[in-house]
Write a protein that binds this ligand. Structure first.
Ligand code: ADP
Length: 264
């Protein structure tokens, strides 16, 4: 699936992409259910995300968080209900048009056998190696990465061998940001760094991404508390949703995770 995603990405040509003003990034789930080989994993999920909003998804391992975001880029089709982007059912969109709008960065980063710069440049749509557009993309990547903590920019240009999990994840973030998508999906992309670094990374992302629809799957409350909406999923169902303050007041799952992480 990952290979398929990148192959679809690189086959995009400028003329086939939707016009910039048409891309808004409204994401809507209407009564969505889905199962792998019959076993139901998502049950009757409905949600709406508007452009510029950051939606955090939290919940126990195996509750369906990754499955939910996989349905947005149509790695799988839902069995019931509808997933809509800008009011269009994703099933009716051409896969490459759909994926031209979306960047996905995952926990386990897939690196090509190339320099770090080269790996990041895969995110630039339709930019031949060392073209002007490619170089501009690399310059943007430098700008983005140099805003991240830990002076990561010093290793740009070296090959990917021996990088830490956290460094690999930052490459994935830079690659995702270069694509300039209208929808950004971060699936556990900051799991390999400490909490303070994670917070800084999200702050940097926010400053680069304030007009995007962003989905963040994360485990630590520190990195999701500033989201516009936090969705708590358990057993494939949304059990709570709201802002950090609203969810703390509800004293449910989110509140209990908060207590576990920060005490009372
Ligand atoms: P989370 O992201 O919350 O940890 P997932 O969406 O990855 O949860 O998984 C939800 C459930 O679906 C789990 O029980 C998991 O084992 C199962 N699952 C995930 N991916 C697949 C797959 N490709 N094939 C079959 N079952 C899967």
């Amino acid at each position: 699936k990952i290979r398929e995603f990148f192959e679809t990405e690189t086959s995009i040509s400028n003329t086939e992409q939707p016009a910039e003003e048409d891309i808004k990034g409204v994401v809507e789930f209407k009564n969505v259910s889905f199962g792998y080989e019959g076993e139901e994993v998502l049950k009757n999920v409905s949600l709406k995300a508007s452009p510029g909003q950051t939606i955090a998804i939290i919940g126990p391992t195996g509750s369906g968080k990754s499955t939910l975001v996989n349905l947005i880029c149509r790695f799988y089709d839902c069995s019931e209900g509808e997933v809509l982007i800008d009011n269009i059912n994703v099933r009716d969109m051409e896969l490459r048009n759909l994926r031209a709008k979306i960047s996905v960065a995952m926990q386990d980063v897939f690196l090509f056998s190339d320099t770090i710069e080269g790996n990041i440049a895969y995110g630039v749509p339709d930019a031949p190696y060392e073209s002007v557009k490619w170089a501009a993309g690399i310059a943007d990547a430098h700008k983005f990465i140099s805003n991240l903590p830990e002076g990561y920019d010093t290793i740009i240009g070296e090959r990917g061998v021996g990088l830490s999990g956290g460094q690999r994840q930052r490459i994935a973030l830079a690659r995702a940001i270069l694509k300039d998508p209208s929808i950004l999906i971060l699936d556990d992309t900051t799991s390999s760094v400490d909490m303070e670094t994670e917070f800084e990374i999200h702050k940097t992302l926010r400053s680069f991404y304030n007009n995007k629809t962003t989905f963040i799957i994360a485990h630590r409350i520190a990195s999701v508390k500033n989201a516009d909406k936090i969705i708590v999923i358990n057993g494939g169902t949304i059990i709570e949703q709201g802002t950090h303050e609203e969810l703390l007041k509800q004293k449910g799952y989110y509140y209990n995770v908060y207590l576990t992480q920060f005490g009372d």
